[in-house]
Design a protein around this ligand. Sequence first.
Ligand code: THU
Length: 139
Amino acid sequence: MEYNRQDLIQIAYEAKKYSYAPYSGFHVGAALLCTDGTIFSGCNIENAAYTPSNCAERTAIFKAVSEGYSSFAAIAIAGDKEEYLAPCGVCRQVLMEFCDADTFEVILAKNNTDYQLLQLRDLYPYAFSQSDLISHKIC
Ligand code: THU
């Protein structure tokens, strides 16, 4: 679908402002575009017990799914790094659950105008998915 990538990146940077990252000091924002044009943003949310922490990407996806949205076109990810920020393995797996790997776009932002564009398929090849479960189902 047609959309403005820089606008999505801008929303990801705005979401980063709400990042709660007192343990890592690593602040991340994400903006998830639904196929109907709705945008959900998210930030990383850390916890003193560490493992309950949530990445910005999953915050955005869980917000969307919990409000009835499950068809997605793209996500922009913005961090503090001076390099392109790629999603962690867990977030790739969660994206794979809901997104069409061959059309969904992952935008790795370095700043507001400099970004790298990837297809989810290239970011997460050989993913484990629902179809793996179905092919092994014993009826
Ligand atoms: N983090 C994200 O939110 N997204 C990424 O793509 C990479 C990592 C968060 C998790 C944790 O709060 C902090 O960044 C350091 O790993």
